[in-house]
Design a protein around this ligand. Structure first.
Ligand SMILES: NC(=O)c1ccc[n+]([C@@H]2O[C@H](COP(=O)([O-])OP(=O)(O)OC[C@H]3O[C@@H](n4cnc5c(N)ncnc54)[C@H](OP(=O)(O)O)[C@@H]3O)[C@@H](O)[C@H]2O)c1
Length: 335
């Protein structure tokens, strides 16, 4: 069977464009023992994809030129030579930006479309949800009554961080771009305040929104926002370095925090996290998340764009702040 897949054609300098990709027609290989064939239904679009396009050392190998673009995905098993999966099962795995895949059963997990819509397994119930859960609870260590600030607050990770911090009894302040996103955080998700970094002076707005200072900062964006937050932290504050989306397309060196001596003055800690380090504990998190969703304490929001052919432009929505919630690409298969 012939199908379409997005391959990396050329490594980007700065913002990726269509020229960095090629949409190839490829043939589905035969399924060997221990393998399954999957019809991919939803593809996760993640800021990390920008890093995977670069050559160089990171926490994971770069995608090679000519290879299918790596992506978290959910789909349906259409052929199986595995004891673990049957035809008709729905599964999560890194199947790539393509319509179909033949993969080893290793690293593939069943998901249940009766419990949640399939795309949710790429958001709250998937990698971004796990990032928020472990990054906040294991590294941020929020205590009741403390003030937690999160940037990229209306996105996949940020919405979950803020809601879990509320569940833990904290004052929660989100930083996001635009009135709609800020209104959503306060009115729908129960954040105590939200700051629109595009129109408000961040320093003054944070002072107003965090009258007792900042105990935990969950950083998704880096750059100037991280630097400004550092001026408002409390004694023994914890800063979780989850990501730095403001820096990923830089053609100049990454902008580090000039105000890092605030860590010294406040005996504060700044620590990076990688979600995969917690893989063994995902089931614990998934149970908590499912309970909170059932109790109405944790809301999910996905932003679904249809059409595999739209992948290059859809990915860039993340860097323009055009996504609202978890950005997912829906694959529409020909009947
Ligand atoms: N360490 C890990 O294991 C791990 C795992 C998953 C994700 N991450 C990181 O977590 C962060 C959030 O990922 P996500 O999947 O939840 O993405 P997301 O927040 O759903 O989408 C990205 C958002 O970033 C904001 N943004 C884009 N450019 C910006 C800029 N120059 N300055 C400030 N904000 C900007 C935009 O929101 P606004 O409209 O508000 O600007 C955009 O909607 C990323 O940095 C990602 O790399 C890390």
């Amino acid at each position: 069977m012939e199908y379409k897949q997005w391959q990396l054609a050329k490594r980007p300098v700065g913002e990726p464009t269509r020229e960095n990709w090629q949409l190839a027609n490829v043939t589905l290989p035969d399924v060997d023992d221990g393998q399954i064939a999957v019809k991919i239904k939803y593809i996760s679009l993640d800021p990390a994809m920008r890093g995977w396009m670069n050559d160089g050392k990171s926490y994971i190998e770069p995608v090679q030129i000519g290879a299918v673009m790596r992506a978290g995905t959910v789909g349906e098993v259409i052929e199986s030579k595995s004891d673990k999966f049957a035809v008709g099962d729905h599964v999560y795995g890194h199947f790539g930006v393509q319509e179909y895949a033949v993969v080893s059963e290793q690293g593939v997990h069943k998901v249940d479309p009766a419990l949640a819509p399939l795309e949710r397994y790429l958001g709250v119930l998937g990698m971004p949800g796990m990032t928020a859960y472990f990054g906040l609870l294991k590294t941020g260590l929020p205590k009741e009554g403390e003030t937690v600030v999160v940037s990229g607050a209306a996105g996949a990770v940020g919405t979950v961080v803020g809601q879990i911090a509320k569940i833990k009894g904290c004052r929660v302040v989100g930083i996001a771009g635009g009135k709609d996103k800020c209104d959503y955080l306060v009115n729908e998700l129960g954040f105590d305040a939200a700051v629109d970094y595009k129109t408000e002076g961040l320093h003054g707005a944070l002072k107003d929104a965090c009258p007792k200072g900042i105990d935990v900062y969950f950083d998704n964006v880096g750059g100037d926002i991280l630097d400004t937050v550092l001026t408002r932290i409390n004694l023994h504050a914890r800063i979780v370095i989850c990501g730095a989306i403001s820096q990923y397309n830089n053609t100049t060196p990454v902008k580090g925090p000039a105000n890092y001596l605030s860590l010294l003055v406040n005996r504060a800690r700044m620590e990076g996290i990688v979600v995969f380090d917690n893989a063994k504990e995902y089931p614990i998190a998934a149970k908590d998340m499912a309970t909170w969703i059932a109790e109405g304490k944790l809301k999910a929001k996905e932003h679904v764009v249809s059409g595999l052919e739209n992948f290059p432009e859809t990915l860039m929505m993340l860097f323009k702040g055009e996504n609202f919630g978890k950005l997912v690409l829906k694959v529409e298969h020909e009947a």
